[in-house]
Design a binder for this molecule. Structure first.
Ligand SMILES: Nc1ncnc2c1ncn2[C@@H]1O[C@H](COP(=O)(O)OP(=O)(O)OP(=O)(O)O)[C@@H](O)[C@H]1O
Ligand SMILES: [Mg+2]
Length: 277
């Protein structure tokens, strides 16, 4: 895969760039292409942060195609749909995931109205999320794939958006497109890269460098590498068992890599808090 094959041919859409309020402790997990491991990574990162003693909320921001609850084998009785319908406040749909030691706001899958929320509803949701975020050390948002309006709005509430990419050509091309469109929407500064399913540490770094070169040459941007997660057969196994990786296989490669990323995330957060103090 070369750097020039990473860039998209004819990106015409230019998203608007409204001014958003950012939560100082919110981290969004995004991707260009779907199926790269965002939900699994969001869960495992939340778990790793909770194990570090942090108060963590995992928010299922993949509106309409939510599946945090599925990967964890939960049957939530209340979810984001109740918040969007105005039936319950965000704090009332937050539930404890005891095994992981963190809280969850579950989404709802297959609800068409959630995937195309009017801007006003989306803004209300964002405001409620920002309010609830004050009760936590860290909030992780698991986003849907791509860079639609919902993704842009939720990503813009975060101080850091972790863009997950794999070494598949389509994943890299779509990650580049995400950065390009995110840049046009004023999001580029908070994007950092996480390479997932890397065959080895060296291969993971090579994947990052390919993406970086394309960003530097064509966008004049240098998104930093936040971390790299090795491909690990235990991931699939734990998802099949609907049990978190850090519970079932805490000493495996992918667990070690996500714990490393959790430390980077906390360090960055502490640095940015110091810088704004
Ligand atoms: N580090 C890894 N090692 C091995 N397999 C992995 C790894 N990360 C993710 N996977 C595999 O990728 C699959 C997709 O993961 P996941 O559902 O979290 O992706 P996603 O990006 O959230 O997808 P979607 O865009 O549909 O929401 C998992 O079922 C798992 O098998
Ligand atoms: Mg997902």
């Amino acid at each position: 895969m070369t750097e020039s094959s990473v860039i998209d041919r004819n990106p015409t859409e230019t998203p608007s760039s409204p001014v958003f309020r950012r939560g100082h402790n919110i981290v969004a997990v995004a991707s260009g292409k779907g199926g790269v491991g965002k939900t699994w990574f969001s869960i495992t990162l939340s778990h790793a942060l909770a194990k570090m003693g942090k108060r963590v909320l995992l928010f299922d921001g993949d509106l309409g195609l939510a599946n945090v609850d599925v990967q964890l084998g939960l049957m939530p009785r209340r979810d984001l749909n109740d918040v969007i319908r105005g039936r319950l406040g965000m704090d009332k749909v937050t539930q404890r995931f005891e095994d992981g030691g963190f809280d969850i706001v579950a989404g709802r899958s297959g609800q068409a109205s959630l995937s195309a929320l009017p801007s006003q509803r989306l803004m209300l949701l964002r405001d409620q999320l920002l309010e609830v975020a004050d009760k936590y050390d860290v909030v992780i948002i698991d986003l849907g794939a791509g860079v639609d309006r919902t993704v842009r709005m939720l990503s813009a509430t975060a101080t850091r958006t972790l863009l997950v990419a794999t070494d598949e050509p389509t994943s890299l091309t779509d990650a580049y497109a995400f950065i390009k469109l995110g840049n046009a929407a004023g999001m580029s500064k908070n994007i950092g890269i996480v390479v997932n399913q890397a065959p080895s540490t060296q291969e993971g770094e090579k994947t990052y460098k390919t993406l970086l070169k394309a960003c530097e040459n064509f966008l004049r941007l240098s998104p930093p590498m936040i971390g790299m997660i090795r491909h690990d057969p235990r991931v699939k196994e734990t998802i099949r068992h609907q049990t978190p990786l850090l519970t079932r296989s805490p000493n495996t490669d992918a667990a070690e890599d996500v714990e490393k990323i959790a430390r980077v995330v906390m360090r960055e957060m502490a640095d940015s808090t110091r810088a704004t103090a």
